[in-house]
Design a binder for this molecule. Structure first.
Ligand code: NAD
Length: 406
């Protein structure tokens, strides 16, 4: 099929390369000229495992452009543009702009417009008014750091449509994944995405509150609690990692947008609101942990990406931590295997540790596991629980969710 992708972020690129690998011809459109130019020269704008290799291997079937008219005879076009939160509310301007431009260029009335961006319920209905063509809501659940894998092997494919035929086309497109397909209304599909992300955020905030309590109790380790409750299949072990809190390009904006959307509809999502509030307290808590061991000096922050295996620093808790430490008067240096930041001087891992008075682990990159011997004599805060506490010097070590060991 001739498949258009509008918006070449991680979602658009992962969708594009995976469908190209399936033999489809892809036209990727973005308004960012530099990004398009880079992609044309074979440069991936982001670090994402296997993305560069997939771009290279499927280059003959992918074209990048800023020109929407190249989409005029597409069989279907995915909208994968950003949907940021502005003043606590979802901003849909990019989605509507893409829809408007598509309505100007689509020549065939059987071209299908597929919304993959995360949008509040009611958006597909509005897009339909703009484009006239069939609109399908096909929310994306991929995780940065395993975007390609998740696109090839999603847990489920959600297809919200009014037209059965248009829904069938999108269902056939993703059949190769082998994933269960859930056919829904537009509004259900849009709601599923927000409910899923909010639930995951709630799970993390829940275990973070349990972690707070564990820190007050002798010989109490949240990891033992989390691992054991996770063995109950009704609870499951995922997203029960206590730490510095959730960040990134999705959870913060999506929970916020969902809460505002609910309020606009005359309802409260009190549990989601509480999860956001708990998440806000994570960084100040870790700063206080450091203060109990060191009141001034130089701090090495290990990790600036919002999670491992990506260079994405959007809403990264590590960046929030760096800013908070500086506001408290600490000097900050940072190291990350892939991400870069303006907030702290970036140095090598070795320099970061050796030049500082204290170390805080802020992102759980594998590279930071096994550093116990190196960090034993330093003040260390393990805000992501990657170290073995039994190998650390108790008087210089604090970890999220770890009570005093007696
Ligand atoms: P991104 O911000 O990294 O990229 C979006 C791209 O869209 C940018 O390159 C931007 O230049 C482009 N764009 C904006 N307006 C445009 C327009 N009118 N025409 C063409 N291009 C335009 O976004 P992302 O992280 O890939 O996320 C895209 C959507 O998918 C968002 O709604 C997000 O919530 C959702 N989502 C993201 C993830 C994730 O892990 N990042 C996972 C699931 C869903």
């Amino acid at each position: 099929m001739r498949v258009g992708i509008v918006g070449l972020g991680v979602v658009g690129l992962a969708t594009g390369v995976v469908l190209a690998e399936q033999g489809h011809n892809i036209v990727g459109v973005d308004v960012d000229e530099n990004k398009v130019e880079g992609l044309r020269c074979g440069r991936s704008p982001i670090y994402e495992p296997n993305l560069k290799e997939m771009l290279d291997a499927n280059a003959s079937r992918i074209k990048f452009t800023t020109d929407y008219s190249e989409l005029s005879d597409a069989d279907l076009v995915f909208i994968t543009v950003s949907t940021p939160t502005v003043n606590g509310r979802i901003y849909l301007g990019y989605v509507f702009d893409a829809a408007k431009r598509l309505s100007d260029v689509l020549r065939r009335n059987d071209s299908i417009v597929v919304i993959k961006s995360t949008v509040v319920p009611g958006t597909a209905r509005k897009v339909k008014e703009i484009v006239k063509n069939d609109v399908v809501s096909n929310p994306e659940f991929l995780r940065e750091g395993s975007a390609i894998l998740d696109t090839k092997r999603p847990d489920r494919v959600v297809i919200g449509s009014q037209s059965k035929e248009a829904g069938d086309v999108v269902e056939n497109l993703w059949r190769f994944t082998g994933a269960p397909v859930i056919r829904t209304s537009w509004e259900e599909a849009e709601m599923i995405k927000y409910a899923a992300n909010s639930f995951l955020a709630i799970k993390v905030s829940f275990i973070n509150e349990i972690a707070n309590l564990c820190e007050r109790l002798p010989n109490c380790d949240v990891n033992v609690v989390a691992k054991t409750i996770g063995l109950d299949r009704r609870i499951a072990p995922y997203f029960l990692n206590a730490g510095l809190g959730w960040g990134g390009s999705c959870f913060p904006k999506d929970t916020q947008a969902f809460v505002s959307f609910a309020r606009d509809m005359g309802e409260r999502l009190r549990i989601v609101e509480a999860a956001i509030e708990v998440n806000r307290e994570r960084v100040p808590r870790v700063v206080n942990m450091l203060k109990s061991l060191l009141t001034r000096g130089k701090v090495c922050v290990l990790g600036v990406a919002f999670k491992p295996n990506t260079d994405d620093t959007r809403e990264s808790k590590a960046i929030e931590l760096i800013r908070a430490l500086k506001a408290e008067g600490y000097e900050v240096v940072a190291y990350d295997p892939k991400a870069r930041t303006e907030e702290a001087k970036m140095v090598t891992l070795d320099e970061c540790i050796s030049s500082s008075d204290a170390v805080i682990i802020a992102t759980e990159w594998d590279e930071f596991r096994g550093l116990e011997e190196r960090l034993k004599d330093k003040i260390t805060i393990d805000a992501r629980r990657v170290l073995d506490p039994s190998k650390m010097e108790a008087s210089k070590f604090r970890a999220i969710g770890l009570g005093v060991q007696t």
